[in-house]
Ligand binder design. Sequence first.
Ligand code: SF4
Length: 360
Amino acid sequence: MKRTYPDYYDDFVCIADKCPMTCCAGWQIEIDEDSLKNYHKKNIETVDFKHECFFQDRDKRCMNLNEKGLCKLILEHGEEILCNTCRLFPRHIEEFENVREYSLSISCPEVAGYLLKRKEPVTYRTVEDDDVDSESYDDEEQAVYRKLYVLREAFFKIVPDRGLSFAEKAGRILAIAREFQSGMDYILINGDDIESLDVEGAIGADYRPLDITVEGRYELFKVMKKWEYTGDEFKDVLKVTEKALYKASGSDAEGLAQDMKNALSAQGIAPNILTEQILHYFLYIYFCGSAYDEYYFGQAQLAVAACLHIWDFAMAHFKVHGAISLEDIIYFTYLYARELEHSVPNVLATERYMDEHPLV
Ligand code: SF4
């Protein structure tokens, strides 16, 4: 079994009551079978056994949270009491045959902060052990995964190239993913062998830098209005952003973007490195997983869209407040990831929307 980890994986430490968000607020936490049995035995009153989750209060906060934001279950019973969801978060695992890819979710403020504060590109370490996967996998999906892995390696050469603008990186990645998608669609329709797909040809696909108009950006923004939300905080950010960027007359989007970049640079923050980290993150976690849903181009688009969405929030904030800090961008990043990453309906709505409104 191969296990791959980003280089910062082992450094993560939960900051518990110092966390500005806590992972137990807003989400309905699903409880695994073994934990349910244990909770039943211990007669834990905060468990909704019918729906296999914890009860929430009126503010959608887990009923186990005390006023300091600490988990009462841990305080009373120790860490062993935690269900899989709570024990693992913010760790995320993507599984393929004899390969496990580990990551930390940027919906955790501590992880988002770590990632966006680092200047150097993320690297990965792979360890191999003698374990053999006992799961059974679909051969075709795993053949596609191996191809996607090669594409993602190509992306990982493009993304950290600091000689390229975001528009160039996005343009190349989207062109490669689109070429791969049409090749795969052809193979699936005609029943051809997946191995016949020319991955190197896709990597060499012609591209143009991503050139998205304000109208196009607004279209992209609108997908977030179709999402379900964990609370009002994100809805408020959407309202402010829409009003500042897309409803105000006479906006100079390019001038605003440049002013914000200058404001960040004056604080020693490189805007291109922020988008590099976000793009890299989404490609690492989700691109190869498209082996299971065939939205290869959709997943590449989602990674680019995430950068543009988060950037929109930052620009609106800068326009409204006349200032922007790294902490603001970290906040928008984890807030965005909280709404998108842990909601299957939101991911599906975005994938569908990107299918109907492709970026290139
Ligand atoms: S979001 Fe992250 S830092 Fe905050 S409580 Fe959860 S794991 Fe800890």
